[in-house]
Design a protein around this ligand. Structure first.
Ligand code: 26Q
Length: 824
């Protein structure tokens, strides 16, 4: 008999006892000696207790029920701060607030001490974090798997307007949320080669020999569902050298070489690649991808075996692997290797099982962003996997040949092996062939996948492709980050929306309610005042809360077109300079974006926006009507401050290039109006809020495609046809906003005028400016703007990650929720 587990809610007094206990026995401090960082650590440990109780309960339930479990594999998790969300999830916010008060401390001050675990680049990593929140909240049995990078996303600073990168040492002050599970350490094989060795029965079997061992140490971060007992685990792997690894070198007396070798192994989880495209493709990155996959498959198979022994045929009823983009695509090969080489199954059942348990989410439409790896890089690291992939491909090609014999081009396109030039493996093709479902992340995205990017596969297997539009968690992105708006909503419709976001529809009737309009405007203003203080602190720029806050926060990419936004600001500035008495709506522009350190053009655009700010912010003719702030070190924590204060949400990617976007959803949920192209999830946002409550502009994906492929896009023609545009371009050419850096920033002008303006900034410019004018006009009509904002909030129900995860569970994983009850 296991001991009973009951979850008891601590009183504020008991909670402060807990806090003081941790302060004393973990930090070795009495309250009077504790500093802010100690308060934080003690509070985190106090909350963690409640989470561990729930985790133990969850584990017990699953050991009994042995339910099907989804394993989400992602190279990135952009968690953001955890303390407030964990307090909210466990229902301890008020208790903690009172407890801190009892000790003369302030909860909000402590919360603001927490560093941001930034183990991701952008949307894909944040989506993984929202999904974990929803999985736990909806009681789906789930594990998240990732890597425990010693250095997460770099910290961004600006020097003379240029981005500079600093190391993110997030583990330095200790990270109380993680629990190292040395007992669950897994071995990982690398290197060596494949031999054909006779097995029993005289048959020769390929055998991976000569490999070396490394180890993966799991570090578990608990993820508490909101208002449920379910706690799931995010398991992050840390690479460690095996002690016997270097035995031989040690014994030869080459101590220093042996230590270097250990260092090489352990560097696998040293740093997150700070680029969200394939350019960063290096051997170490491949090693990271393999390491995640090898550790995870081993862990999942060990758990399966503990529960079900060797009944491998049960795998599809018990296990699902979800691949977050192609980064963990080697899962397909690793599961095959495990079933063939370790479980001893034959090819056909192994392949059926593999396909039944794997599925793949695609996050990009740009063909050049699809991951491929040179065989010459893969072979020395994972020779057995390369061999298995060749065999997968051979059988796949045979089956395609039967269907489309007379179409060698089609065969070439569909092959996992790219053979022109250096031989490479196409990870998307591997992931598609090895999965039973492939999903896009928005309707348009899935449609373009089907008809353009992987058309051949969609023609062959139409049912394999499904559309599941992204979503965001309302716990972090409304309840936690915008308490003012959350309580105003609660006062009108109750708090059911927190776990059933569709309930926001009930706000619709309040769109025309003057009192609610005024309340929403007052809340926005208070949030804008808070942000103004932050902007002052970070950038020494003063924002007027009555100005329109025009916000673009996302990774810096040419296709996201921060440049188009900048060109609009230049246009407004030029209009003011031409006539300082002109009536222009006062605007405060907020940018937040990190550029990949090797992305030249992205860094130039950051320099340009900072240059515009320098010129515009202090120009007496402008008289404070335009303010431009590029907030340094954009990350989840900063997003949580900007989003509640935003009036206008810039979602202006070149149509057909943004797979979905998720910031668009967060901003609308907080009452910002969108100015955007018909791209990604913007289209579905438009359908939800109605055309009158969004500012849509620009070419459609089909029109962009047409112009790019026919060469119909003519930058110089557009230049000559639009005087204002010409003025903006001349300023870019002349380095008006570049100071001493004019020669370098001229590359931006060249990209537009000499290299074909691939992202169609010129083509969409006039239409964008007009949409901006509509936005300005509506903003002046405060009640009308408030009504539109309320309609946006009311329409965001669909964009909850709870809805998205329910779809994954039903349409991909065939997964049922399991409720976690207290045990007697
Ligand atoms: C690949 C190979 C080597 C090094 C790095 C990478 C790499 C890393 C990160 C490639 C891509 C990423 C991230 C992509 C990403 O964030 N995509 C975004 O995913 C969101 C969630 O689906 C969408 O909303 C966005 O539209 C999409 O851009």
């Amino acid at each position: 008999m296991l001991p009973a587990v009951h979850l008891t809610e601590p009183s504020p007094e008991q909670f402060s006892e807990r806090f003081l206990h941790h302060l004393r026995y973990n930090c070795g401090l009495e309250l009077r000696h504790a500093r802010a960082a100690d308060h934080l650590a003690a509070l985190e440990l106090a909350v963690r207790e409640s989470m561990i109780d729930r985790e133990i309960l969850t584990r017990r339930t699953y050991d009994e029920v042995r339910p099907k479990t989804v394993n989400y594999l992602s190279m990135e998790y952009l968690l953001g701060r955890l303390l407030l969300n964990n307090l909210i999830a466990t229902g301890l916010v008020d208790t903690a607030r009172e407890a801190m008060q009892l000790m003369g401390l302030n909860l909000d001050t402590i919360l603001d001490e927490e560093p941001d675990p930034g183990l991701g680049n952008g949307g894909l990593g944040r989506l993984a974090a929202c999904f974990l929140d929803s999985l736990a909240t909806l009681d789906y049995p789930a594990y998240g798997y990732g890597l425990r990078y010693d250095y997460g996303m770099f910290r961004q600073g600006f020097e003379k307007g240029w981005q500079v990168e600093h190391a993110d040492t997030w583990l330095e002050g200790g990270f109380p949320w993680e629990i190292a599970r040395h007992d669950l350490t897994v071995p990982v094989m690398v290197g060596g080669h494949v031999d054909w060795i006779p097995k029993k029965g005289g048959k020769h079997r390929p055998t991976w020999v000569g490999w070396r061992l490394a180890y993966g140490i799991p570090h578990d971060i608990l993820v508490a569902g909101y208002g449920t007992n379910t706690v799931s685990i995010l398991r992050l792997w840390d690479a460690q050298a095996a002690s016997e690894f270097d035995f031989q070198i040690f014994s030869q007396g080459n101590f220093v070489k042996a230590v270097e070798e250990r260092e090489r192994v352990e560097s696998v989880t040293r740093v997150l690649y700070p680029a969200d495209d394939v350019e960063a493709g290096r051997r170490l990155r491949l090693m990271q991808e393999y390491f995640l996959v090898a550790c995870t498959v081993r862990d999942v198979m060990d758990r399966f075996q503990r529960r079900h022994g060797e009944a491998w045929e049960l795998l599809p009823d018990k296990v699902a692997f979800q691949l977050n983009d192609t980064h963990p695509a080697l899962t397909v090969a690793e599961v095959m290797r495990y079933l063939l080489d370790e479980a001893g199954l034959n090819w056909t059942p192994s392949w059926e099982i593999t396909r039944a348990i794997c599925s793949y989410t695609n996050h990009t439409l740009l063909p050049e962003a699809l991951e491929t790896w040179p065989v010459s890089v893969m072979e020395p690291l994972i020779p057995r996997h390369v061999q298995i992939i060749y065999e997968i491909n051979r059988r796949f090609m045979d089956s395609v040949k039967e269907r489309c014999a007379g179409d060698p081009d089609r065969l070439r396109r569909m092959s996992i092996l790219q053979e022109d030039g250096e031989k490479r493996l196409r990870m998307a093709n591997l992931a598609i062939v090895g999965s039973h479902r492939v999903n896009g992340v928005a309707k348009l995205h899935t449609e373009l996948l089907r008809t353009r990017v992987v058309k051949d596969f969609a023609d062959l297997w139409p049912d394999r492709f499904v559309a599941i539009t992204n979503g965001v968690t309302p716990r972090r992105w409304l309840l936690a980050c915008n308490p003012r708006l959350a309580s105003a909503i609660n006062r009108r419709i109750g708090d059911g929306w927190v776990t059933d976001l569709g309930r926001l529809r009930e706000l619709e009737p309040f769109a025309d309610d003057t009192e609610f309009q005024e309340e929403v405007l007052a809340i926005k203003r208070a949030n804008k005042k808070d942000l103004a203080a932050e902007v002052q602190r970070l950038c020494d720029i003063s924002f007027d809360p009555s100005s329109l806050y025009d916000v673009q926060i996302k990774r810096l990419h040419e296709y996201k077109r921060q440049l188009l936004n900048a060109m609009h600001i230049i246009l407004l500035y030029r209009r003011i300079k031409a006539d300082p008495s002109l009536d222009v709506l006062p605007r405060s522009f907020v940018f937040g974006a990190k550029a990949a350190p090797s992305y030249h053009m992205a860094k130039l655009i950051i320099r340009l926006v900072n240059g515009i700010g320098e010129v515009v912010n202090d120009d007496p003719d402008v008289a404070g009507r335009l303010r431009v702030a590029f907030l340094p070190d954009y990350r989840v924590t900063l997003a949580e401050k900007v989003i509640p204060a935003a009036d206008l949400s810039e979602q202006i990617s070149t149509a057909g290039m943004e797979a979905s976007g998720t910031g668009n959803m967060k901003l609308a949920l907080n009452g910002a109006l969108t100015i955007g192209t018909l791209d990604g999830a913007n289209i579905e946002i438009k359908d939800a809020v109605g055309e009158d409550n969004i500012f849509i502009f620009g070419l459609t994906a089909a029109e962009v495609e047409e112009r790019l492929t026919t060469g119909a896009h003519r930058p110089w023609k557009l230049y000559r046809g639009d005087e204002e545009l010409a003025g903006v371009l001349d300023d870019l050419r002349d380095g008006v906003f570049a100071g001493d850096d004019a020669p370098q920033l001229r590359d931006i002008w060249s990209a537009l005028m000499e290299h074909g303006d691939r992202y169609m900034c010129l083509a969409d410019f006039r239409s964008y400016v007009e949409a901006q004018e509509h936005a300005a006009a509506l903003y002046r009509d405060r009640p009308a703007w408030a009504a539109a904002a309320i309609r946006n909030i009311a329409a965001m129900g669909y964009f909850s990650s709870d809805r998205a995860i329910t779809q994954y569970a039903n349409e991909i994983w065939n997964l049922e929720p399991v409720s976690v009850e207290e045990h007697d």
